[in-house]
Design a protein around this ligand. Structure first.
Ligand code: IPE
Ligand code: IPE
Ligand code: MG
Length: 254
């Protein structure tokens, strides 16, 4: 059976549509978007940050409760110094500007990743936006910034050892509580823009049963129609979690 999703202009309100609870996005292609226009790479990053609000709003209208955006990876430090600096400056300005706008829309903002290597002014901007939005009850927006899945797992192992947890008490539930995503559901849908089909160290543990959606569209061009396309593709997936598919009445398929 194919499930139809209504057009983005009329988001579903009856709760019967298979909308993912948590969508995570690898926002890729800013550099290529800029090159295509003979612009410096940083102009692509600027356009990328300007795209965040409309995408957050679009997913919120569809009823998605958790959105996670991959903004800067633990490997992105290896880019030229000027690009890293420019990117971090842009992210700081975006957090300050969009934080206030998103606060008005009841968005709760979280940070995933390391804080200790970020410039102090960016750390400060993050602390402020988390404090400003912490009691909001709308969409939860997690920003992965100096985030790496391997770094997250290693840091969890370290803290489990530091806490003196005996080996027999370490199970999947306990382990997940030591990750940056401790209070988030696993992503149901992971979207990657700009044609690459890889995780690039994003949510390695949490993506165990995520559905993947890839689009050639560069991140600055990922708009409301693209959001609808991704959600429509998700609605047609059949998730099994290693089991067997069930019929609509809940009985196992013959
Ligand atoms: C994504 O765009 C933004 C970050 C990784 C920070 P890129 O900068 O990776 O753009 P491309 O992949 O070079 O086009
Ligand atoms: C992944 O994109 C990281 C972010 C989107 C923040 P990259 O452009 O860094 O990934 P690779 O290098 O192509 O794998
Ligand atoms: Mg890239």
């Amino acid at each position: 059976m194919q499930t139809q999703v209504k057009p983005f202009s009329t988001p579903p309100t009856d709760g019967h549509h298979p909308i993912p609870l948590h969508v995570a996005i690898i926002m890729d292609g800013n550099g290529r978007w800029a090159s295509q226009r003979n612009l410096p790479r940083l102009e692509g990053h600027r356009a990328g940050t300007e795209n965040v609000r409309r995408v957050v709003q679009a997913f919120a209208r569809w009823g998605v409760r958790y959105l996670t955006l991959y903004a800067f990876s633990t490997e992105n430090w290896s880019r030229p110094k000027e690009e890293v600096q420019g990117l971090l400056d842009l992210l700081e300005a975006t957090i300050q500007r969009e934080g206030k706008a998103l606060h008005k829309e009841k968005v709760r903002i979280r940070h995933l990743g390391r804080l200790d290597r970020l410039p102090p002014s960016l750390q400060q901007a993050i602390h402020e936006v988390l404090a400003l939005t912490r009691h909001n009850e709308g969409l939860t927006l997690s920003v992965a910034l100096d985030y790496g899945g391997r770094d997250e797992i290693v840091s969890a192992v370290r803290r489990i050892l530091q806490d003196g947890i005996p080996p027999e008490r370490v199970d999947e539930v306990l382990f997940a509580r030591y990750l940056y995503t401790a209070d988030l559901p696993d992503p149901d849908l992971i979207i990657r823009t700009a044609a690459e089909q890889r995780l690039s160290n994003f949510l390695l543990w949490q993506s165990a049963y995520s559905e993947f959606y890839f689009t050639p569209t560069y991140w600055p061009d990922f708009n409301e129609e693209e959001v609808e396309r991704a959600l429509t593709a998700f609605a047609q997936r059949q998730r099994r979690y290693g089991g067997l598919p069930t019929a609509p009445n809940g009985a196992p398929h013959p």
